[in-house]
Design a protein around this ligand. Sequence first.
Ligand code: DX5
Ligand code: ZN
Length: 220
Amino acid sequence: MTIRIQPSILSADFVNFERDFESISAADGIHVDVMDGHFVPNMTFGLPMVKRMQEISKLPLDVHLMIEKPDFWAAKYAELGVFSTTVHYEACLDPRKIAKDIRSNGSRAGIAIKPGTKVQDIAKFIEFYDQVLVMSVEPGFGGQSFIESSVEKVIESKILLEGRDIWLQIDGGVDETNIAVLAEAGVDTFVAGSAVFKAADRNAQIELLRSLALEGSHKH
Ligand code: DX5
Ligand code: ZN
């Protein structure tokens, strides 16, 4: 199984993105958290900032839209050329059309669920998507504790994705204590914010997380 480590720049220095991007060059991609102060009780940045990040990043950008009205906004992010664009199921009016809009703009389409949303709720839409994101904290802030019941949701998601080429991503409270178990449960794409950015040597930390995940995935 291919393991991907995507540090979340929510834990980065917001006036030094370029420098911080360089400090995580060993990553497979950069997870970009867009928050609007409505869908979640926090605000980060919007289209102009992500446009600039796309211009300077040497790594693929994985955009996580924690915003209302993804039916309107998702295509605009995809249009920037970002690698993947993930919307929250809870905010979507027409998840099928959103996936189509994202893909037709050349981006991979992702669908995310909050801790309180059941995996079964997205079952009929997953065939339109390239990745499923299971949130393992309430979206809004970095540095929260991992919600243990998320492992069960990963197992359920993995069953749903059986036989399909759809990535399974987890986001929230991922660190060296739980990454192996998550890989064993079927996660292939890991977002880690504080666990990477707090490390003195971020690239070494990314390599550590990757090797722990690889070990776990071999037990799968
Ligand atoms: C939370 C964000 C996450 C967050 C993860 O709403 O979607 O991407 O930055 O940060 P950690 O790994 O610190 O929980
Ligand atoms: Zn995120």
